[in-house]
Design a protein around this ligand. Structure first.
Ligand code: SDX
Length: 392
């Protein structure tokens, strides 16, 4: 019940780590941040509060969260010279590639290493990362659209600023839409942390060499980009759009996914840990219905997604392999309804996952964990004598 596991003697070199941040039970479909269920956090909390919980270990008081938001605002201005870097990218560069580069470039403008033993220094680094990452993440979209780069408005909330930074143009203000801001806030909570997934493990292992927080987060962005990981939310929408363009025949794509000679996989299905339903997928599916109804969006893609899900959940191949919809299956449908372009979906995943990456990096450094050094099972040649070139 406490989630305690017995660590085998080889634990130290097993690549596994101990953490107090997130508990997952893949069989029971349980996800908890610092002991609180994802269901309660998604329905009763907000993204900045959950970020504080993940990073500092407790739900904040009113004073603490007000101070946290105020302190993040100290760092929401990004050095103008960072624009020279983004201008170096071709217009159609993928936003995740730009984001990984800009995140790493933040080190150049904040070169002072963080002394994690000094609480105030670590706290400032957390606020700086939360403040600057959101801005540069939206710059990737602005660049792609040929829009001027926007600035954070310190009089508005964190998630509302995301929509402003993305869509506000010099020609007029962004009109806040509560439904959209609330839906995004919930989605960011659902993406905030997920134990030792591929990108979080990357952040931890890069940070374990005492590389800086920006450098470690940049590595996490690159890992998340992959279509088997965070890139799946973009791949799901592209798959659904392809099914729609080909007459909406879900069964044809199920057959492709089961064909071992076909590399096609049903994007948004399956998981390394959840061998039952992904609790986040259930919440997002409900949110998709609510958001599309609230916005009056009748998206046929949602019907294709539901048809595909129903068919897969009935299919022996998928049932026998415990393949269920994961967090990425429905999230893209909501992002699309909110006017977010497909190639930005994984950037939104990164914005949501940022507090988890920070929390895990901080835990690893504060606990003085040794440098990551996974071992291997050697399957190559036994010892052999060198052969001179003319004898090969
Ligand atoms: C995320 O780790 C995390 O926590 C990640 C994440 C997070 O919050 O950080 O939850 C976010 O990355 C979610 C996953 C998003 N990726 C996708 O939706 C891509 C599609 N899914 C698959 O590529 C796959 O399911 C993975 C990558 C997610 C898991 O891959 P595994 O662990 O290699 O799958 P498996 O070994 O458990 O597969 C078992 C069988 C295999 O077939 P057999 O060899 O037994 O015949 O199921 C098959 C696989 O080929 N299979 C699929 C499938 N996923 C697995 N077949 C068709 N479609 C799929 N999606």
């Amino acid at each position: 019940e406490t989630g305690a596991v017995t660590l085998d003697p080889g634990f130290k070199n097993s690549g596994a780590c101990k953490s107090e941040i997130t508990f997952l039970d893949g069989e029971e479909g349980i996800l908890r941040y610092r002991g609180y269920s994802i269901e309660q956090l998604a329905s009763q909390s907000n993204f900045l509060e959950v970020s504080y919980l993940l990073i500092f270990g407790e739900l904040p008081t009113k004073e603490q969260i007000t101070k946290f938001e105020t302190d993040i605002r100290k760092y929401t201005l990004v050095n103008e010279e960072m624009k020279n870097i983004i201008d170096g990218f071709p217009k159609n560069a993928h936003p995740m590639g730009i984001l990984a580069s800009l995140t790493s470039a933040l080190t150049a403008f904040n070169p002072q290493p963080v002394n994690v033993a000094v609480e105030a220094e670590l706290y400032d680094a957390v606020c700086k990362t939360m403040g600057k990452f959101l801005v540069i993440a939206t710059w990737t979209f602005r660049k792609n659209m040929g829009y001027p780069l926007n600035y954070y408005d310190n009089t508005k909330g964190y998630v509302e600023n995301f929509m402003r930074l993305m869509f506000e143009l010099p020609t007029g203000p962004y009109e806040k839409n509560e439904t959209i801001v609330n839906a995004l806030d919930k989605l960011f909570i659902l993406h905030a942390d997920h134990e030792q997934n591929c990108s979080t493990s990357t952040v931890r292992i890069v940070g374990s060499s005492h590389a800086g927080l920006f450098a470690s987060i940049s590595a996490g962005v690159s890992a998340l980009w992959g279509p088997l990981h965070g890139g799946a939310n973009q791949a799901v929408l592209e798959m659904l759009e392809e099914i729609q363009a080909n007459g909406g025949d879900a069964d044809k794509y199920l057959a492709k996914a089961k064909d071992k000679n076909d590399p096609f996989r049903l994007m948004g299905f399956g998981h390394r840990v959840y061998k039952n339903f992904d609790p986040r997928a259930k919440i997002i599916k409900k949110a998709a219905d609510d958001v599309l109804e609230a916005l009056g969006v009748d998206d046929p893609i949602l019907l294709i997604a539901k048809k595909l899900e129903e068919a897969a959940l009935e299919d022996e191949y998928f049932k026998s392999r415990n393949l269920y919809p994961n967090v990425d299956f429905y999230s893209g449908i909501i992002y699309r309804a909110l006017g977010i372009p497909t190639e930005m979906f994984t950037v939104l995943f990164a914005i949501g996952r940022l507090p988890g990456w920070i929390a895990q990096w901080k835990e690893m450094r504060v606990n003085k964990e040794p440098i990551g050094r996974p071992r291997q099972i050697y399957t190559g040649h036994p010892l052999r004598e060198f052969v001179p070139q003319d004898a090969r």
